[in-house]
Structure formats: structure tokens, C-alpha cells
Design a protein around this ligand. Structure first.
Ligand SMILES: [Zn+2]
Ligand SMILES: [Zn+2]
Length: 91
């Protein structure tokens, strides 16, 4: 997934910040599941509940509802097909 790599630096920064603030990291030994799990600190939805299977937060992904971006992309595809075949029949 592209977004993961785009946000990797930010995610690592938040992870280090958590280790320092919560576990006193460079001084003390970290004894927490989060130590090597950087992915826990990825950007979250502002009002999300952090559960991947939550129907309230992720109903569109779970039920396969097309997002606005998906709809725009589909419409562009149909328009381009219309343009292509429309221009061929005029000749
Ligand atoms: Zn932790
Ligand atoms: Zn939720």
C-alpha cells in the first residue's frame, strides 16, 4: 500500500515519541508489546475507534461501498470510453 510508505517517517516519529514519553525509552528497558510494532502508531481517523472491523468507522470498506474518489474515477473511465467510441462513429 502506497500510503503506508508515504507516512512511514511520521509513524516512526510518533512511535519514538511514545517510547520516550511512556516507557522512558533510552534510559529504561521497554517492556511493552509496542516496542517493535511501529504500525500501531499509524495515523488514525480523527473520530475513529481504532478497530479495523468496526462497522461504524469502516462500513464503506466492509460493505464494498464505492467512495467519492472511486465514483469519480469510474465516471472518468466511462467518459473516456464515450469520447473514444463517439469520435470513431462520427467519421
Ligand atoms: Zn508502549
Ligand atoms: Zn469505530
Amino acid at each position: 500500500m502506497k500510503r503506508c510508505h508515504q507516512e512511514l517517517e511520521r509513524t516512526k516519529r510518533v512511535h519514538r515519541q511514545h517510547l520516550r514519553q511512556t516507557h522512558n525509552w533510552p534510559i529504561a528497558i521497554v517492556d511493552c508489546v509496542c516496542e517493535f510494532q511501529v504500525g500501531r502508531f499509524r495515523k488514525q481517523k480523527a473520530f475513529g475507534c481504532h478497530r479495523a472491523q468496526c462497522l461504524l468507522c469502516h462500513f464503506d470498506k466492509i460493505f464494498g461501498v464505492a467512495s467519492v474518489k472511486d465514483r469519480i474515477r469510474d465516471q472518468r473511465y466511462r467518459d473516456s470510453l464515450d469520447d473514444y467510441f463517439g469520435s470513431n462513429t462520427e467519421r
